[in-house]
Design a protein around this ligand. Structure first.
Ligand code: AMP
Length: 325
């Protein structure tokens, strides 16, 4: 876990010994085949929960809920263990096959084209959370079937904050179930094409409003290399919108996992904040952007394997410098 350079930089002390808060995440743990203009990987470690947990583990203790088959390579389990991710909630199904996703990106790298999704062990998964998972500070319902997101939410004492992510696959096939879970969460993270698809409108502002009307306090719309926007209910633009650019990179190899590691940096940073107010959300969005920027520099979680707390701190400081005016 890192000692970030800024936790007390805003005049507040980290008085509470409850910090950082524990984070529980449910989502996919996957083997991915990915092709970009800059290379390809097969059976690479992927999945929304994997990317999220890896990124968030730089900030806070993370407990993962998910399922894999007995084809899941032990070195991937070892990697997550090395990142100190609690895997008591990761079920291994003997004779089962791990979730698999195949995707391809065009030259601009902004849109993932799904070639194949095999739910495999996730099709029948019914999570039973270990007792040690039931009182987290924060809960992340990463991209997975909305029914599974709900099943986890229902087994947990109401945390301080619940956030949810999703994707076109679930919006097309399970829109009503997804809207039901959105009603129960505080923050929805979604990418721009999916926001438009969910709300059936071109306008991102309109899409954000549609989601806010379901009940969440904030909607964060991710726009790939163009950054992320947060929309909240409020009277003044200063309260209602926040826009963060993406970190300018000359080399991007594979955008897979950018959204999930954005969420990992975002919730990870919130886990360390004494008060979850607007200013904390803004700092957390920049941490999300920092973590996503590292992820896309290499395939799978490879860039995160060697990442150091110092690099995270330096990139955060650069963000502060280049967004100041
Ligand atoms: P992203 O951050 O959106 O790029 O997430 C990429 C990860 O999502 C990949 O590692 C995939 O294994 C995973 N994924 C793709 N499709 C699905 C799906 N329908 N449900 C859950 N996870 C998925």
């Amino acid at each position: 876990m890192i000692e970030l350079e800024h936790p007390t930089a805003h005049g507040r002390s980290r008085a509470s010994s409850a910090l950082p808060r524990e984070i529980v995440v449910v989502g996919s743990v996957a083997l991915d085949n990915v092709e970009t203009p800059f290379g390809r990987v097969e059976n690479a470690l992927g999945g929304s929960a994997t990317y999220f947990a890896t990124a968030a583990s730089f900030y806070a203790p993370v407990k993962l809920v998910g399922v894999v088959g007995d084809d899941f390579p032990p070195e991937h389990v070892d990697f997550l263990r090395q990142r100190r991710v609690d895997l008591a909630g990761l079920e291994v199904i003997q004779g089962g096959r791990t979730f698999r996703w195949s995707g391809r990106y065009e030259y601009d790298l902004n849109t993932a084209h799904t070639l194949d999704t095999q739910l495999n062990v996730f099709a029948e998964f019914s999570p039973k959370l270990p007792a040690t998972y039931r009182q987290p500070g924060l809960l992340f319902l990463a991209n997975i079937a909305p029914e599974l997101q709900r099943a986890v939410l229902e087994q947990i004492e109401r945390p301080e904050l619940v956030a949810l992510d999703t994707m076109n696959f679930w919006i097309s096939s399970r829109r009503d179930a997804l809207a039901e879970v959105m009603r129960c969460v505080d923050v929805v993270l979604i990418n721009e094409a999916e926001a438009r698809q969910f709300a059936d409108t071109y306008s991102l502002l309109g899409a954000a409003r549609t989601i806010l009307e379901l009940g969440p306090k904030a909607v964060i719309i991710k726009k790939g290399e163009y950054g992320a926007s947060m929309f909240t209910d409020g009277e003044h633009p200063g309260e209602t919108y926040f826009f963060a650019p993406a970190y300018p990179l000359e080399t991007v190899k594979d955008p897979t996992g950018a959204g999930d590691t954005f969420a990992g940096g975002f919730l990870g940073a919130l886990a360390r904040e004494p008060v979850l107010d607007t200013a904390a959300f803004r700092r957390a969005i920049v941490h999300g952007s920092v973590m996503a920027s590292f992820t896309v520099e290499d395939f799978s979680v490879n860039r995160l394997r060697a990442l150091t707390p110092d690099e995270i701190g330096r990139r955060f400081a650069e963000f502060q410098a280049f967004t100041q005016f």
